[in-house]
Ligand binder design. Sequence first.
Ligand code: ZN
Ligand code: ZN
Length: 362
Amino acid sequence: MTAAIPATMRAAVLHGGRDLRVEEVPTPSPGPGELLLEVTAVGVCGTDAAEWGNGPKLLPIEVRHPVTGHLGPLTMGHEFAGRVVAVGDGVDPAWIGRLAASCGAGPCGECDLCRIGRSNVCRRYAAVGLHRDGALARYVTAPAASCVDAGALGIDEHEAALVQPMSIAVHAARRSGVRSGDVAVVQGVGGIGAFLIHVLVDLGARVVAVDLDPGRLRLAAELGAALTVVGATATTADELVAAWGEELPVFFEVTGSQRGLDLAIEIVPMGTTIVAVGIAKAPAPVDLGRVTVREITLVGTNAMVRETDLDDAARLVAARAGRWDVVAPAPLPFERLVDGALAPIADGRPPAVKSLVLPPRP
Ligand SMILES: [Zn+2]
Ligand SMILES: [Zn+2]
């Protein structure tokens, strides 16, 4: 490490439910294959808010993580970008000085699933900010293989933090088999749905967006949705059926709600693929008989395959560079992390489609 990097730094450390503390912690050192980033922006999502408000469930605060060995308070932040200030063994030093956007993925690269190109469901998976310390700090370490050079693509240091949620949308689209010219329904225009619309429009799909909120539907139209439908009204189902007409749609259920999944299974044509993108908060009954006899393909999707999804995600963020403020307004100062992002998202009144937060000031 160079002398310019301080030995300690401030970090937002989660100790338990609604117990986030700003602490002075040791600055991490990049391990083999890793970069050390001076953080420029961090995205906050429903996962973070749920861990803060209702957790810990996923973060290894009470139960040791089997891969990283982490047990105890954890620095949050899994959607991030930063300036590379040091590299670990085996990493090209040309990374130093670059603006890196990270997808946070940490597959082993060696198991059977990694070897067949499914590194997102790796048997020894560990993600930055979820299973090891994350980016809500001045510095973070991340695998170089999970980072792209965002600056080279013309992405700025705040929008670069959008590459991670975009990569989740890229992966969901890939899981669906959607092709150019298809009708793609996106039900739920939130922190993943908005990015998914951008991905599908780029693919050449005709996007139909569904949401309860008129403001989110206006956003969907701005991102290129061909048609918007207000959700949960007496005519929602008929409007959707009319939207695909005689065509076979691809249906992305992004709300994670029982009502959303029920509606999809009830109204889609025989042979349709439904991708369950939104994560249901509780076990959801499914009309499995209908899924069977109507030959509906119900598909799960998790995180991203960094080897195939990350570069596409970065290209897609770059394609709208400088115009993402409609999705992610200017980042909040670090001190506003709880009251400006985690608490309102946990309470179901997110202040933005995507909230970004700045790192602590030096
Ligand atoms: Zn997230
Ligand atoms: Zn693996």
